[in-house]
Design a binder for this molecule. Structure first.
Ligand code: C2E
Ligand code: MG
Ligand code: MG
Length: 734
């Protein structure tokens, strides 16, 4: 076999190799072997002189490199071989020259060289410096292997490796490339692009309690849910850890984005099945939009990050748009954190008490303890603001225990039938020492456990639900009552109500405020929650009742208790005691007869559709239920029109009052808040409503509503009924 092998070699040997073998008179056997190695393409040899010029290159190599390669002999080796960048295979010139200068060994050094046809070849070099017996440097001797085919493939794979292995989503690298490329292109064509940063709240808890494989499994499920929500509207990727990103080209409608943000939060907050167990995590989303919040990739990324930070800070389980004020919020937060710590040390945090009143008898049944902090510089700071700051570290534990202790002591001075409710942060709740803190507050004050109520938000239902269940059972054993606070805002899974942990549900203010406005579905939601609570044997509280009509509504829908400015703002312990000293635990409702809708003044060009005409109008102000517009003359009261607020947000409206060139409109369906002070339509308009406005009945396509096309198609079909005014004309300001 070795013989046959050698024979074949010899037969296939080129004339050039024969020539070279003949020249190597000193070591004929060796030369033959080496030639054969070269011939087989297993390796090639090279050498330099002491000055770093190429002094020898295997014939095979010269043959491979093509005509004129002989001229390379005598050329500085650094001109022959070019370093390549490990990352992407691009040539660069640094480390080879450095190593040669330092006379270091070359180990598996990959270099590029250009052949006679101008194409690049890649060689893997090994080499060592050669010293003569006196120790002086004589040049390099080394070998080389042509790895072109393999290397080209590998770099291509590296370049294409833009996939996150765990989830199969785009990875950070790909996302960065895509974002930069998109923004550069979109800037020219003046298109917008939204960036969503998504971070899982308390994912670490799942990882810690259920193990990393479970965490990985959960991340995969998160990826699937994200993709099924975003679909082809954008690109979903994973940045690493529990951070995801969505890139949404041509998206600048904050209403749509808010809805998407909301859908993401809602969907990712639904329970997961992991290893046969149920787990829940929360989600925060930060949204930034180019070109509004940033033009370049890193600017936009920073903006989205800040929005994410702010969403996490607000309470988690929510989305937040970037606003320029967020820029300095982070540093302000750090400062405030220091001052908060100071205030806690000095005992400057106080408790205020807000009554929960039976709306039938007006008798108080319970007081909710609410923290109050007056800072010298900032004035009164809301707990909604400083509690999340405290939650960043262990401060929340100290604050929480202080509130518990003080509330129990204060409540003991009240009549025996009156309970006290204390808010408990999710961070505090899941800490191992929590049960003990509750027990010791009860013990220290002697308050009967049944008079203490703990208000917990849905955000405690994260991580491994069995662990959460165990905490609940422990607390119930103590005999305290549990209330589910802000119901309907966060994770909104009715599932955990069935476990029977809660004695009380507090319907969040957002369902109560403005619930009497026409077209609002909140009364139905309130009624449904009350019915559900009754069925499960729980008490209900309507939070945030401010106006008489709201009070009447929640009373009529069956809420057991009412908490809100209508009965009283939070008051001091002294005021509470004074109230009882009067001999009455009665609070009389007083407040405005009706809820006043907030109005936002804006000057925005929008569209108005009437019959088959599309007019441009200026939106002067907007509330949830109506708007005032300028820009049309001669529109009679009672006219039905459709407002186009943009991006498929069409609002069926009726003119309820009119001057010569300004009209007040009432919306058929109320708008909803966009989470950052503005309004948006809850849904995009249905094709049926469009049909009523004269648009042929068809399903809405993806992307923006094709009004422009419809408008062009209908141009000049009929005579417009109204006079379109010049939108920048001076009399529009009246
Ligand atoms: P919460 O537990 O939902 O408390 C109700 C909040 O609504 C209180 O705000 C209360 O002053 C406010 N409120 C009550 N009625 C009305 C009304 O008719 N209209 C309006 N606009 N607001 C009303 P506050 O005191 O600013 O507290 C905000 C949040 O801070 C609380 O929401 C609670 O989540 C948290 N918090 C307060 N004290 C503590 C505490 O001791 N520990 C913890 N962990 N969180 C606390
Ligand atoms: Mg509360
Ligand atoms: Mg609440």
């Amino acid at each position: 076999m070795p013989l046959g092998f050698g024979k074949t070699l010899r037969q296939s040997r080129s004339a050039a190799a024969d020539r070279r073998a003949a020249q190597d008179v000193g070591a004929p056997e060796r030369a033959v072997v080496l030639s054969e190695v070269e011939e087989l393409g297993i390796g090639m040899f090279w050498a330099t002189d002491a000055d770093g010029n190429l002094s020898f290159l295997s014939q095979r190599a010269l043959d491979d490199l093509g005509a004129g390669a002989e001229a390379l002999i005598g050329t500085p080796i650094t001109r022959v071989f070019c370093d390549v960048d490990e990352e992407d295979g691009a040539p660069n010139q640094r480390s080879l020259a450095f190593k040669l200068k330092a006379r270091s060994r070359l180990d598996e050094q990959i270099v590029a060289l250009t052949d006679a046809r101008g194409s690049t070849r890649w060689w893997r070099l090994n080499g060592r410096p050669l010293l003569d017996p006196s120790g002086s440097f004589r040049g390099y001797r080394g070998s080389a292997v042509d790895i072109s085919a393999q290397y080209a493939y590998e770099t291509q794979v590296a370049r294409q490796s833009q996939v996150d292995e765990l989830t199969g989503l785009a990875n950070r690298r790909k996302l960065n490339e895509r974002l930069s490329a998109m923004l550069a292109a979109f800037r020219i064509s003046r298109r917008s692009c939204a960036l969503m940063m998504i971070d899982l709240d308390r994912f670490k808890q799942v990882n810690d309690t259920m193990g990393h494989p479970a965490g990985d499994d959960l991340l995969k499920q998160v990826a699937q849910r994200l993709q099924s929500i975003v679909k082809d509207a954008g690109e979903v990727g994973r940045l690493g850890g529990d951070e995801f990103q969505v890139l949404l080209p041509d998206m600048d409608d904050r209403g749509t984005l808010g809805e998407l943000g909301n859908r993401i939060v809602q969907s990712l907050s639904q329970p997961y099945q992991v290893n046969g167990r149920r787990a829940i995590i929360g989600t925060s989303v930060g949204i930034a939009i180019a070109p509004y919040d940033g033009l370049e990739a890193d600017e936009l990324t920073r903006a989205a990050d800040m929005a994410l930070y702010s969403a996490k800070e607000t309470r988690g389980g929510t989305f937040c748009f970037f606003t320029s004020e967020l820029r300095d919020a982070a540093s302000k937060t750090a400062l405030l954190g220091d001052r908060l710590r100071d205030a806690v040390d000095k005992g400057e945090l106080k408790l205020a008490y807000q009554p929960l009143v039976d709306p039938v008898t007006n008798e108080v049944k319970c007081f909710e303890a609410l923290l109050r902090w007056h800072d010298e510089e900032e004035g009164d700071i809301s707990p909604a603001h400083f509690i999340p700051i405290a939650e960043n570290d262990d401060l929340i534990i100290r604050i929480g225990e202080m509130a518990l202790k003080q509330a129990c002591i204060d409540a003991l001075a009240w009549p025996e039938t009156i309970r006290v409710a204390v808010n408990v942060s999710a961070k505090q709740f899941v800490r191992p020492g929590f049960r003990k803190a509750v027990a010791s507050a009860l013990q220290a004050s002697d308050l009967p456990p049944g008079r203490l109520e703990l208000e917990i938000t849905e955000s405690v239902f994260v991580g491994d639900l069995e662990t959460v269940d165990a905490i609940f059972r422990d607390l119930k054993k103590l005999g305290v009552r549990l209330a589910l606070d802000d119901f309907g805002t966060g994770y909104s899974s009715l599932g955990y109500l069935k476990h029977g942990h809660f004695d009380k549900i507090k319907i969040d203010q957002s369902f109560v405020r403005g619930c009497t406005e026409n077209g609002d579905i909140n009364p139905a939601i309130i009624a449904a929650i009350v019915a559900l609570a009754k069925a499960l044997g729980m008490e209900t509280v309507a939070e945030g009742v401010e106006a008489m009509d709201e009070l009447a509504l929640v009373k009529e829908r069956g809420a057991d208790l009412v908490q809100g400015y209508i009965f009283s703002r939070p008051i001091t312990q002294e005021q509470v005691l004074a109230q009882f000293a009067d001999g009455s635990g009665v609070f009389r409702p007083s407040g405005p007869p009706r809820h006043r809708a907030e109005r936002i003044t804006i000057f925005r060009k929008i569209g108005l559709i009437h019959e088959d005409h599309y007019y441009d109008v200026i939106l002067r102000n907007l509330s949830k239920t109506g708007a005032r517009i300028n820009g049309l003359a001669g529109v009679p009261v009672g006219t039905e029109v459709v407002l186009d607020l943009g991006h498929g947000q069409l609002v069926v409206s009726k003119v309820v009052n009119a001057t010569e060139n300004s009209q007040g409109l009432k919306f058929e369906t109320a708008l909803i808040s966009d989470g950052s002070g503005g309004f948006m339509t809850r849904h995009r308009i249905s094709p049926y409503s469009l049909a009523e406005a004269g648009i042929p009945l068809a399903a809405l396509g993806p992307g923006a509503f094709p009004l422009a096309a419809w408008r062009d198609a209908n141009k000049n079909k009929s005579v417009p009924r109204f006079v379109q005014l010049e939108l920048n004309s001076p009399h529009l300001n009246t």
